[in-house]
Write a protein that binds this ligand. Structure first.
Ligand code: MN
Ligand code: MN
Length: 465
């Protein structure tokens, strides 16, 4: 079964829309590289469309009406947004779910170290990465430092053209005889991911303490610039990410080279598709932006938490269902969901890991994975055939370019998403997303056509009844 190349199907009008959507996306992922930044910007965009926070709605004492927009955030790292529909919630809702955390290097709680007159910040990597990919490239630091007085200092360094950047060094080839013999997992190991952040020693009076002058100089800079002391790093979340903006890729500008297409190439269209609803949809439409997907969806901000269930219970109460759980359970079991996460795109340079008939191709549209998992579908959500048929009909009915795929050959490996955590409520859910090359690398590749098809596909899905 051939799925056409989406590029060959577009009208001039669609190409213009595709181009402007891609520009918006490039700006979004260049500005928002962490889960906190994505959530903060999503809230800003939602408020501009009239959404109110759950707290504001509860405070107002007024019930939600069809057409109302509401959002709830967990710790500023995960977000649920809803546009209330005309139908009663017990008839089910349409959910677009994606994640906004990306593989990266987290700065340790006791990070600062001076070695050989260089100052380093020690890191602990987050998510699945090939560690050797993170050396000798410009890095930026994004995050927050929480102080004992309750204030939170926001840090972003390395993105503005005038900012300094940071780097992790690699061994020169001339001395790398032993290193080159190692396997790729051992070439750069976790404890070698130390980020160089300074080199200039503190100027001191003769006779005073000469120890750690580079580190002390750096600490005085941090104090001066951010008002933070070394102890404040104990309560910080600082994330080291590739520095600089996402860019058009290729002479024809058909692709995007960017950090964290996994999973913002699905999260951003999921957000935009919801915000594109100006009036009350038939069924309530929901977008979930989850944190911690890359490390197993754990914790209060990950999809395994009760956050989603609790917010849905609030929505039930605010739409006249009181605080009982039966109506909520009916709502969930009648709901439909797309679990929007990137898929692997066919890469001819590594053809041996793919099964060509069941692989997503760049430019061939939104990729549906009936199941994910590894080693005999282990860890997968397997969408039922009847639901796949409904989704097919919906996509075809809206002229969306789409394809189906598995993640590589059977027995080659695999992956998982947030899908199975929602499926346990009885929600019908299928994985779908944008095919990506070099997934989890500092710079990933996606096609503008697939990004656009995700946007179109997610909009189509929100019309499902
Ligand atoms: Mn993902
Ligand atoms: Mn991932």
């Amino acid at each position: 079964m051939e799925h056409p190349n989406a590029w060959s199907t577009y009208t001039d009008e669609q190409l213009a829309e595709l181009g402007s959507f891609a520009d918006d996306y490039i700006a979004f992922i260049s500005e928002n590289k962490t889960e906190r930044e994505c959530v903060a910007t999503a809230i800003e965009l939602a408020r501009a469309k009239g959404y109110r926070s759950l707290e504001e709605v509860i405070e107002s004492g007024v019930q939600l009406r069809p057409g109302d927009g509401v959002y709830a955030s967990m710790r500023g790292k995960s977000l649920i947004l809803a546009r209330i529909g005309r139908r009663d919630l017990t008839q089910g809702v349409n959910i677009l779910g994606a994640h906004v955390d990306n593989p990266r290097l987290d700065i340790k709680q006791n990070p600062l170290e001076e070695k050989g007159d260089l100052a380093y910040l020690d890191t602990h990597y987050y998510g699945g990465i090939k560690k050797y990919q993170w050396v000798t490239m410009p890095l930026a630091i994004h995050g927050v430092v929480a102080k004992k007085d309750g204030s939170v200092v926001r840090v972003v360094v390395g993105e503005d053209g005038a900012d300094p950047v940071f780097v992790i060094s690699d061994l020169l080839i001339h001395l790398a005889a032993d290193q080159m013999e190692k396997n790729a997992a051992k070439v750069i190991e976790g404890e070698m991911l130390d980020v160089i952040v300074g080199h200039k020693p503190l100027r001191i009076e003769d006779g005073s303490d000469k120890k750690d002058l580079v580190k002390r100089q750096l600490l005085s800079l941090l104090e001066e610039r951010y008002g933070i002391a070394e102890q404040d790093l104990l309560s910080a979340e600082l994330e080291v990410v590739p520095a600089g903006p996402a860019r058009d890729l290729g002479f024809d500008r058909s692709m995007i080279l960017g950090y964290g297409h996994d999973d913002r190439s699905c999260a951003y269209p999921s957000l935009r598709a919801l915000l594109a609803l100006d009036e009350a949809p038939e069924r309530t439409a929901i977008t979930l932006l989850a944190d911690k997907e890359e490390i197993g969806s754990v914790g209060a901000t990950g999809m395994q938490s009760r956050f989603f269930e609790n917010v849905m219970a609030e929505l039930m109460a605010l739409t006249g269902h009181g605080d009982g759980t039966l109506a909520l359970r009916r709502c969930l079991v009648n709901s439909d969901m797309l679990s929007n996460d990137v898929s692997v795109g066919y890469d001819p340079s590594f053809a041996s890991v793919f099964e060509p008939k069941n692989t997503a191709y760049l430019g061939h549209g939104l990729s549906f994975n009936k199941f994910t998992g590894a080693r005999g579908k282990r860890g997968s959500n397997d969408a039922d055939a009847e639901y796949v048929a409904r989704v097919r009909a919906c996509m075809d009915g809206h002229g969306v370019n789409w394809q189906t795929a598995e993640i590589g050959k059977v027995d080659q490996g695999g992956g998982g998403t947030i899908a199975y955590m929602l499926a346990k409520y009885g929600i019908r859910v299928i994985d779908c997303g944008v095919p990506v090359l070099s997934m989890h690398a500092p710079w990933e590749v996606c096609s503008k056509a697939d990004l656009y098809e995700a946007y179109r596909g997610y909009q189509a899905f929100l019309t499902l009844v």
